[in-house]
Write a protein that binds this ligand. Structure first.
Ligand code: F6P
Length: 745
């Protein structure tokens, strides 16, 4: 039985009990009122008698004419009906006008013997009305006779009726009161019950152990809900293989169930662990500032396999084995890193040249002109081929699952396909894909598209980028585009093109070692010499022109000019990791950022106060998370960005649900983090206003926004990203197997 039914039953029971009580009380109250009223009347009669007793005892034998007016005056009391004086024989000798004729006093003396010497009361009816007759004997030494007083009793009946009404009204009021109280208690019980249900579901979602539900009834039901949810999740998982929550273990389960015995490879330019020589010559490990690495590393830790990447560290060669392998993470190995060696000259052409001076500005609309050199292109082709050959050599089976990452390897999918036709090649393009018009300026556009269409699945961050890709293929390639199945058939082979919004691990590993927020704030204030009451903003990224760093600095300048009250009360810590510093577009950005920072600090700074603290060095994840936790706000003002994981990391770092995020609408993350303050980075004034708003955002509002964003990042984490690509891959592999059966028949 539910709590509501229990409550309603209790209420009905109470109503019936109350009605029964009222019914039992009615006769009792009637008799009590009768007795009490009669006693009241008797006392009044005695009072009247005593007040005139002396006089009438004197006059009883020869009553004077003044007695009558006296009696009449006494009957002015509304309840005294009549008064009469009787002689010893019981005859009325003086009476008021309204004395009924048939009223008789009993004789005091009969046949010389006194018959009544005490007061008597009798009830009778006169003209249908209830009347109380009081007979008071006059017992003085020389006097005989009696005084008769008639009291009407009609008021007793109305008193009884009134009392009954009173009981009914009190009963109804009690019923209403108890009913309201019962409803309130029921409401509270219901809320508590629902909170228990929600907590149970929440615990199931987060995998937290069951919280103590104190009520034993709820405890039982909580167990029941958990059981039902488990069944439900299992059913959904069985139906389409999609787990509802994504974690390392769901990803491992998925690989075991959907891609059993699969040999997994990840290919990227940037390696997840770089060994560099420290000043003392020792080899030290560094984690690169790369969104791609932050996203894929936890996936590889969960799945195992081999990560193939450029060995770019100064101590990389001395830390690999004879086959160029090293187990990582160094502290707790979970997968294998295979390093590929690239000469400086090759790096110039493949990485700096074609990838970063050609494709990067081609795909990011940040108004930096792409540069295409044939020599760069040739290096790009050669390095793609080197990676393809290495993977083919590494593969121990004909059908590995190969996850190709980013714009450095546009040609790799087709090159691998040529040597391993049964491989499942999952390519993810981590940067935006521009519209066909913009992409059309690339002299090797057909080769790049054909290379990518060697993939089994080709993923972008958003549907908009997928649409741009379809449009580009449509414009430049002989192919068939199946928009319904979201695929392209080229050279007789089909490539699925899907959006997979990339994310970060949840909970982030770097968060586990963090101090409480107050402690992080204290540490950061101390490090940057900032007073207790100063608001802190942060920006953390690679020193890249797509990140809108200059526009952000200009917005802070604008804010301090328009709202000078923030001078001395707001500092912006801008952390930038040097990147691609050999390229002129990057060096000029660095120079301009330094110049602008000095100019703004000079304009608005005073004493020791500098509004902008520019720190140019690589920061490890622990330091980044500490800064995020210490900040009041974070600004991500990318001019164009595939996703931007910094925004998601800031949200993940704030387990205190505080802090405001100012986010560019041109970052892919803005389509998921709608509760951020969304800005157009080209509108400096608008950005300044948003930063000003973030500075005064009430804590409640920060909490509401942060809660929603955290739920989004938690649910759509990187395990989901990888899981969905792998699920699609597994479906295609199964379909491929069925096709092979058919062809074999
Ligand atoms: O944004 C795409 C991306 O590959 C990121 O993952 C990474 O941060 C960057 O570009 C590449 O940086 P780098 O050239 O330093 O490896």
């Amino acid at each position: 039985m539910s709590n509501v039914s229990r409550g309603l039953l209790l209420l009905a029971f109470f109503a019936i009990a109350l009605l029964g009580l009222i019914a039992a009380l009615v006769p009792l109250s009637t008799s009590l009122i009768e007795q009490w009223s009669r006693r009241d009347v008797e006392l009044r009669s005695e009072l009247v008698f005593n007040s005139i007793r002396d006089r009438i005892e004197r006059e009883v034998t020869s009553p004077s004419q003044e007695l009558r007016p006296l009696f009449e005056r006494l009957t002015s009391d509304e309840r005294i009906l009549a008064l009469g004086l009787c002689d010893a024989s019981g005859q009325i000798v003086v009476s008021t006008r309204r004395m009924p004729r048939d009223v008789q006093c009993h004789p005091i003396i009969a046949s010389g013997t006194p018959v009544a010497r005490s007061v008597r009361f009798e009830r009778t009816r006169i003209d249908g009305e209830r009347v109380l007759v009081g007979i008071f004997p006059l017992t003085g030494a020389a006097t005989t006779g009696s005084l008769v007083i008639l009291h009407e009793l009609a008021f007793v009946s109305s008193r009884i009726v009134e009392a009954r009404w009173y009981m009914v009204v009190v009963g109804i009021a009690l019923l209403l009161l108890v009913g309201t109280l019962a409803l309130l208690i029921l409401g509270l019980m219901q809320r508590r019950y629902m909170a228990g249900v929600l907590a149970t579901i929440q615990d199931m979602r987060t995998g937290r152990p069951q919280r103590g539900v104190m009520d034993p009834v709820l405890k039982d039901e909580s167990r029941e809900i958990r059981g039902l949810l488990r069944d439900f999740r299992e059913k959904i998982r069985q139906e389409d293989g999609t787990p509802l929550e994504w974690s390392p273990s769901t990803l491992q389960d998925l690989l075991e169930n959907e891609l059993p015995d699969a040999e997994v490879f990840v290919v990227s330019n940037r390696e997840p662990y770089i060994h560099n020589h420290a000043d003392d010559g020792r080899a030290v490990v560094q984690r690169p500032a790369s969104g791609l690495v932050s996203a894929l590393e936890p996936v590889m830790r969960a799945c195992g396999g081999t990560w193939v990447a450029h060995g770019s560290g100064s101590a990389d060669r001395e830390t690999v084995d004879a086959s160029d392998h090293v187990l990582v993470p160094p502290a707790k190995p979970a997968y294998r890193l295979r390093r590929i060696w690239i000469t400086d000259e090759e790096q110039e052409g493949y990485y700096y040249g074609f990838a970063n001076e050609g494709l990067w500005p081609l795909c990011h609309l940040a108004y930096v002109r792409p540069i295409f050199r044939e020599s760069d292109w040739l290096q790009y082709v050669a390095i793609n081929q080197r990676f393809a050959d290495a993977i083919v050599r590494e593969a121990s089976r004909p059908d590995p699952v190969i996850m190709v990452q980013d714009y450095h390897f546009a040609l790799l999918p087709r090159m691998i396909r040529a040597q391993l036709p049964k491989a499942t090649i999952l390519t993810f393009w981590h940067i935006p894909w521009p519209n066909a018009e913009a992409f059309g300026i690339c002299p090797w556009k057909e080769e790049i598209i054909a290379g990518l269409l060697g993939s089994t699945v080709l993923g972008f961050h958003t549907q908009a980028y997928c649409n741009n890709f379809f449009e580009t293929v449509d414009r430049f390639m002989e192919s068939r585009i199946d928009r319904e199945h979201r695929s392209v058939v080229f050279g007789g082979e089909e490539t699925m093109v899907r959006p997979y919004p990339i994310s970060i691990e949840w909970p982030p590993a770097a968060l586990l070692s963090q101090q409480p927020v107050a402690e992080c704030r204290r540490a950061v204030r101390e490090r940057f010499n900032l007073p207790e009451d100063m608001k802190i903003g942060v920006g953390i990224e690679r020193f890249d022109y797509t990140k809108g760093i200059l526009d952000r600095l200009m917005a802070i300048d604008e804010l301090l000019a328009r709202q000078p009250q923030w001078k001395g009360r707001f500092a912006f810590i801008q952390i930038v990791a040097p990147t691609r510093s050999k390229l002129p577009s990057y060096t000029s950005l660095q120079k301009e950022a330094l110049r602008l920072t000095d100019e703004i600090n000079e304009r608005h700074g005073a004493g020791g106060y500098k509004p902008i603290l520019l720190v140019i060095r690589h920061h490890e994840p622990d330091e980044v998370y500490e800064l995020f936790r210490a900040a009041d706000l974070c600004v991500v003002s990318s001019l164009h960005d595939g996703m931007n994981l910094v925004a998601k990391e800031f949200v993940a770092a704030r387990d205190d649900e505080q802090g405001a995020l100012v986010l560019s609408r041109f970052a892919g993350a803005s389509s998921e983090l709608g509760e951020a303050l969304i800005i157009n980075p080209y509108d400096v004034q608008g950005m300044a206003e948003a930063i000003g708003r973030a500075l005064v955002m009430p804590e409640d509002e920060q909490r509401e926004r942060m809660r929603l964003m955290r739920a989004q990042v938690r649910e759509r984490n990187v395990y989901r990203w990888a899981g969905q690509i792998l699920l699609d891959a597994s479906r295609l592999r199964k379909r491929q197997r069925v096709k092979e059966f058919e062809e074999g028949l």
